[in-house]
Design a protein around this ligand. Sequence first.
Ligand SMILES: Nc1nc2c(ncn2[C@@H]2O[C@H](COP(=O)(O)OP(=O)(O)OP(=O)(O)O)[C@@H](O)[C@H]2O)c(=O)[nH]1
Ligand SMILES: [Mg+2]
Length: 484
Amino acid sequence: MNKDPQKINLSLVSHTNVGKTTLARTLLGRDIGEVGDRSHVTIEPEDYVLLRAPDDSELILWDTPGFGDSVRLAERLKARSNPIGWFTSEIWDRLTDKSLWLNQQAIKHVRDKSLVILYLVNASESPEAVPYVKAEMDILAWVNKPVIVLLNQMGEARPPEEEKAEVELWGDYLKPYSFVKAVMPMDAFARCWVQEYELWKEIESCLSDADKPTFASLHATWIRQKQALYASSLEAMAAYMVKVANDKEVLASQSLIDRLRSIGRSLGFIKKDLHGAMEDAQVALSTRAADWLCTLTQRLININGLEGSGTKAEILRRMRSDWETQATIDPKAASLLGAVAGGAVSGIAADIATGGATLGLGALGGAIVGALGGAGAAAAYNVQKGHKENIITWSPASMEGFLLDTVLLYLAVAHFGRGRGQWEDSESPAFWKKLAEDIIKAQNIDFKALKEKAADADQLRGEYTKILDKTLREIFKSLYGVTI
Ligand SMILES: Nc1nc2c(ncn2[C@@H]2O[C@H](COP(=O)(O)OP(=O)(O)OP(=O)(O)O)[C@@H](O)[C@H]2O)c(=O)[nH]1
Ligand SMILES: [Mg+2]
């Protein structure tokens, strides 16, 4: 029975060194307790407030000492007609077998305090391979509380079907134990906060009607808090997209000629290598975009309760290589160039060499950039002919790339468990990338029209917020079946 109706107690329980304290850090969003890659790091049950609702009800998460010699403990429990008496009277173990004694204390505590047990397993091992799981199930049977099994240490993120197979493997193994109410992934390093929706649902179904009103108030508070963090993250991402979309460099017309010459050189029309203001402008745009991405990373880290900083060097390195790819002209561009300019490749070549005297600089620039955009390789920039000057901005194809980067960055942050430690940049799993790309492509976003239609930066930010929100919601639905 819950002694205090305002409190709901959950206990994290597992074999030692499986990751309870690490997962507690991830769920709490703060660094509690001690974590170490050895047995019996946590030596007594510790309570932490996971959440406090406006009516002062609390959700308490207990971190407990891990089981050690579970097989022996289970046998001892079975042999006792009065295990509680055994726990309280038998101080012998305290002196002779500290680990066993700690476990006795921990399970007595869990039995007295918890409404629901969160039992962690190391999913990198198969359930049959570790004898302690069965023994610990016997111990939990004695504790007689509803148990939700959480799969920890799941390794690299994998597509939903593969994760599902792993969950089923554990679910099948644990089927004989009726007190096991659910089996779900909850990796201390790589869970996504969205997966916690499912955990709340499972906890609710384990509670008695008497505890449900308290739980409902806590649940509503949790949803509000998470939605607020998500909204702040969206705002930060949309602000970044707007900055990039509105960024520009002004080019003297001479530098456009340089650029056209350098395109000509890449296509083999002009032999001499020329670097001009166009390259400088591209570097300036790329550097600013990298800088903003770094600021965005930091914002997302802070908003989402992580520690550490976005590594500028890493972002710059990536941007730089992007830029190089974008600046390299795809061989396909050569034939497209011909197509766009009505087949007059040689005429265009002549024009590049003379700086666009025949076709007119603007038309020539547009044709070439259009052709390259069609080829999808050097589509990094738009060259617009202004009244007095030429302006270079990011092209629609690049904006799509920035949108993808932003979505992938958010996914990385959303999956980064606080228990894992300081934030680290990492490569996104290929299936995230493919999923995000597909969802973005399916929206057929006209980046140019988006910018032209928006009256000001605020309106454009609103548009980007909607796009990012839609994209992320679809991703979460697809990865976790969760509607946030
Ligand atoms: N790769 C990986 N390592 C993890 C994960 N969770 C925990 N670890 C590591 O596992 C080790 C043990 O983590 P703890 O959180 O101290 O484990 P515990 O269950 O609290 O251990 P005791 O308190 O001794 O019972 C640490 O080195 C963690 O970094 C995870 O999800 N993935
Ligand atoms: Mg611990």
